[in-house]
Each structure stands twice: as C-alpha cells, then as structure tokens.
Design a protein around this ligand. Structure first.
Ligand SMILES: [Zn+2]
Length: 189
C-alpha cells in the first residue's frame, strides 16, 4: 500500500518533549484558538494553540495536535501525519460549544489517524474511513453524554460526518451526514 503523501516524517522528539506550559510560554501574543485534547488509554494531553487569527496556522501547536492524533499501532514515522485543518477547526468548535454550556474539559480522543493496517484491524471501521485521511476523530468527554456530545457536533453550522456510538462520537470533516453506530435496536417479538 502506498503511503499517503501527507505523511509527516519529521523528527518528533522535540515536539513530544514539550509540555503544554512550555508551548504556551513560547506562543506569541494574538494566538486565538487553542484545542485541549487527551488521548484515551495513554494519558497524553495537549493544550495546543493552533490558530493565530482564525485563518493562520500556528505550526508548533498544530504539530502537537497531529502528534496526539497519531496512529499508536505503528511506528511514529508512519503514524504521525499532518491533520486536516477543517477537522481541527471542527473539534475546536465543538469544544467551544461545550464551553458555552460551562463544560471546560478535554476532548478525549479514542481514535485519530489510522494507517490502512490499523483501520483494517479496527472493528466496524469503514473501508474508506475518514480516519485514513486524518480527517476524523473518535472522542468522548468525561461527564458528557454521547447524546449531548452528538448534539454539540450537530449544532455546528457546517458539520461533517457524525457517528453516534455507545462509547464515543465520531466527527469527520467529510460531507454532512450522520449515523448511529453500534446502537442495539431491539427486535420485535
Ligand atoms: Zn471514527
């Protein structure tokens, strides 16, 4: 399988070793948009300023997000790719919506970028999943029901694909659509 051309094969040590506080301290004034993410199962957490003025990417923070979203099942050089900007904006908007309701907690990412081999090994994953293109995230937020998180995703003016599952919500930057994942629908007797 050909590697995606957006593969981001740079040295990651400096980035990985940078604490959120260190990044914040290094950020110039005027950076507006910050995304707070945690990776489920690993405890990694970033408070990443990724956008300067609503349009210009702030590269150090952006890379922290890409790093957190990497495919953990493969070597970093394969699993660490440039994430779709529209998807990052979407996650930020969801976090802003939650904040408007007084919920200031990280989005806990259960799945970010997936290489094709990880996607094949992921139960229930679509063959052409947006995760393959670094355009999707599976997530939950502590103390927030999946229904409320789904609604926060849906409330965006330009939402992408939203999937409702028992233990996470899928949000991607593809076409606006929604589905219910592994919800068990009782059969008629
Ligand atoms: Zn997903």
């Amino acid at each position: 399988m050909k590697r995606p051309d957006f593969l981001y094969a740079l040295g990651t040590a400096a980035l990985a070793g940078m604490s959120p506080a260190a990044v914040r301290a290094a950020v110039p004034g005027g950076v507006e948009r910050t995304l707070w993410l945690r990776r489920a199962g690993y405890g990694d957490e970033v408070v990443a300023p990724f956008c300067v003025d609503g349009a210009t990417v702030y590269e150090p923070g952006y890379r922290m997000i890409c790093w957190l979203m990497r495919d953990r099942q493969v070597p970093d050089a394969e699993g660490y790719v440039r994430y779709d900007n529209v998807e990052i904006e979407a996650l930020w908007e969801v976090q802003q919506t939650l904040a408007l309701h007084g919920i200031r907690r990280p989005l806990v990412i259960t799945s970010g970028y997936r290489t094709w081999q990880t996607n094949v090994a992921t139960e229930g994953a679509a063959r052409n999943s947006q995760h393959l293109y670094a355009k999707a995230a599976d997530m939950y937020v502590d103390g927030v029901s999946m229904r409320d998180l789904f609604d926060a995703c849906w409330s965006r003016e330009v939402s992408g694909g939203i999937g409702y599952y028992d233990d996470h919500v899928h949000l991607d930057s593809g076409a606006r659509r929604w589905w219910v994942g592994d919800l068990a629908v009782p059969e008629f007797a």
